[in-house]
Design a protein around this ligand. Sequence first.
Ligand SMILES: Cc1cc2nc3c(=O)[nH]c(=O)nc-3n(C[C@H](O)[C@H](O)[C@H](O)COP(=O)(O)OP(=O)(O)OC[C@H]3O[C@@H](n4cnc5c(N)ncnc54)[C@H](O)[C@@H]3O)c2cc1C
Ligand code: FES
Length: 321
Amino acid sequence: MADRDDRRERDAPVRDQVSGAEHDGIAASGFPILARTDFSEVTFLLEIHHPAMARAARPGQFVIFITHDRGERIPLTLADFDPAKGTVTVVVQAVGKTTRAMQRDCRQGSTIFGMVGPMGVPSRIGEASKVVCVGGGLGVAPIYPQARGFKQAGAYVIGVVGFRSRDLIFWEDKFRAVCDEFVICTDDGSAGIKGRVTDGVEAAIAKHSDIDEVIAIGPPIMMKACAETTRPHGIKTTVSLNPIMVDGTGMCGGCRVRVGGRIRFACVDGPDFDGHEVDFDDLMTRLRRFKQEEQAALERWTESCRRIDLEPAHPGGAGGA
Ligand SMILES: Cc1cc2nc3c(=O)[nH]c(=O)nc-3n(C[C@H](O)[C@H](O)[C@H](O)COP(=O)(O)OP(=O)(O)OC[C@H]3O[C@@H](n4cnc5c(N)ncnc54)[C@H](O)[C@@H]3O)c2cc1C
Ligand code: FES
């Protein structure tokens, strides 16, 4: 989001704007990135050493990242956490200025300046004995801790995940290890069912008449479609909402969402809510609210990168040294 931090960044020296990794403070106080895996041109995984966070984390929670000392706050859902290794994992999609800067700068061996969390109300695990865990797009990674949590609690877990095509599939083995049934859906039919995750949910409902709950994470349009798929069957459906967040503490009101006709703050009341009660149209409208500012911030950032690339390698200019 283009915000106050962005204005501060704009006023900072160009080199500071484009590479938080060059700030001295990061190396001294940041959280080390132990591993990075790129799943596609825009999606990458970061495994970060943060033992306290790894111990405290629960499925459904998120973390606010601050990638450098002038950076904005970026909420990212915990895709995995391992108290024994002391690590937490996030999967990031590079969509705008900050996530693109992360894609460029967050490498194995570098550090994250600040991490706040775990935040949000943990998902309710253990109340259902047969569940369908649905992940689409960016929701594939964050649904994993829920599937694992339900499996550990003794539930029968049906995983349904969606990708555009076979070459974008990741974590298949991890999911198969915690799911009793696992359904992959691809838009082009290159793997699993040809179709959307809602087709996978329909298939699961047709096969099992005793599903207690469907949990869906992904783009709002996908979660809305899942909720509409389960509504006629009266199956409880939980969705994880991703409105624009700023402080993450319930103070700014930036993340307000309409659920059951009431205003709720996703950062402290959620992010999980009853999918049949969520006003998804309101959520999608609010997500588009800062489109122009976001576009302008991205253009400024891209221009800064271009200027850095054009800078001479050594101070003193091309004719120097
Ligand atoms: C609870 C929660 C969990 C999330 N989990 C993930 C995740 O696991 N992986 C992932 O890649 N993304 C996740 N997101 C979305 C991620 O925070 C945004 O993509 C990111 O903030 C965009 O910042 P940007 O500067 O790169 O892009 P911008 O160009 O600033 O924004 C691009 C789009 O991202 C959304 N966005 C912008 N700022 C924010 C913000 N502060 N908070 C939320 N959304 C914003 C808006 O829809 C905007 O149109 C999550 C968001 C929330 C609220
Ligand atoms: S992000 Fe400010 S109230 Fe939720």
